[in-house]
Ligand binder design. Structure first.
Ligand SMILES: [Zn+2]
Length: 300
């Protein structure tokens, strides 16, 4: 073979910018996006579809998202039907076999999660938006670790040369989660066993993590607006249990929580459920830290 060609090939291999080989990751949410970044470092590029301030059950399927998905090596999503209202049309438009069900880049993060609230009789047609179990699992730091390990394994499979980087990044992330949780010990002790109410069932895994005691939900079922009689029962329950805080996401309407608060003397606490839902919460670790501190303050 011509010597110049050989040299050219060698130079191309050595000098190829890393960007040419970076794995292209798209995630449905900002939380998965941050964890993908932490695990992948500069061996990946990552975009997310839902913004942190948006209700992840309802996201507009813009054509620009389909374009990102068309080029993606991996599409990672929460699963359990969280994205069922907007994901299928984007996947159809993207026409990317790699990320279709069963493809090498199809990553349903829920498959590594011990899922809560699995109710065999739940029915989406009755308004329950969680017929396959509760999808808000990222709000438990142990599940953050599970997601990171899933990404580590998937990225290593698709980019074997990066395996040791992915392994080291994941180990460092797990250690940082542990130290963040350790530093929150006083706040977690203040939260443990305290009665609270939540708007949506999105705080169930956070309950498991913190030990707070959810005594009722503003929604009678996930996604179903409350009736007057449901709210009356909730107010009774809050008086009985002395619940002093109603937790809700920034994107829900405050009207019902404010009404319940007025009738019970409780306060409404707006907590971000996702990275970038509010200013100052720019990473998964900051999200966990912020929510625990704000709740402990509100309960004091
Ligand atoms: Zn939900």
């Amino acid at each position: 073979m011509n010597r110049l060609v050989l040299i050219g090939a060698a130079v191309a291999a050595l000098g190829a910018p890393l960007s040419a080989q970076q794995l292209r990751i798209v995630t449905s949410t900002t939380d998965l996006h941050d964890i993908a970044h932490v695990v992948g470092g500069n061996r990946i590029t990552a975009n997310h579809i839902a913004a942190g301030y948006q209700d992840p059950h309802f996201v507009e399927a813009k054509p620009s998202f389909a374009l990102q998905l068309a080029k993606a090596d991996v599409f990672a999503y929460v699963g359990l039907d969280l994205e069922v209202g907007w994901m299928p049309s984007l996947l159809d438009a993207a026409r990317n076999r790699r990320i279709n069900r069963g493809g090498s880049g199809d990553v349903d993060a829920s498959r590594v999660i011990p899922v809560l609230d699995v109710q065999p009789n739940a029915d989406r047609s009755m308004g329950d938006v969680h017929p396959r179990g509760n999808p808000h699992y990222w709000l438990h730091p142990e599940n953050g670790k599970r997601i990171a390990r899933l990404f580590r394994d998937k990225f290593s499979e698709l980019d074997a040369a990066g395996a040791s980087t992915y392994r080291a990044n994941t180990a460092r992330f797990e250690a940082r989660i542990d130290s963040t949780v350790r530093a929150l010990a006083p706040q977690l002790a203040a939260i443990r066993d305290q009665p609270v109410v939540a708007y949506h069932t999105s705080w169930r895994y956070f309950q498991d993590f913190t030990g707070m005691n959810i005594v009722g939900f503003v929604e009678p079922k996930p996604g179903v607006p409350p009736s007057a009689s449901h709210l009356a029962g909730l107010i009774q329950q809050m008086k009985r249990t002395k619940a002093k805080v109603i937790i809700m996401e920034p994107f829900y309407d405050r009207k019902m929580p404010d009404f319940v608060a007025r009738n019970t003397g409780a306060k409404v606490l707006v907590l971000p459920p996702s990275v970038e839902a509010v200013k100052g919460v720019d990473s998964y670790l900051e999200l966990i830290d912020y929510d625990v501190r704000r709740l402990a303050e509100a309960l004091r």
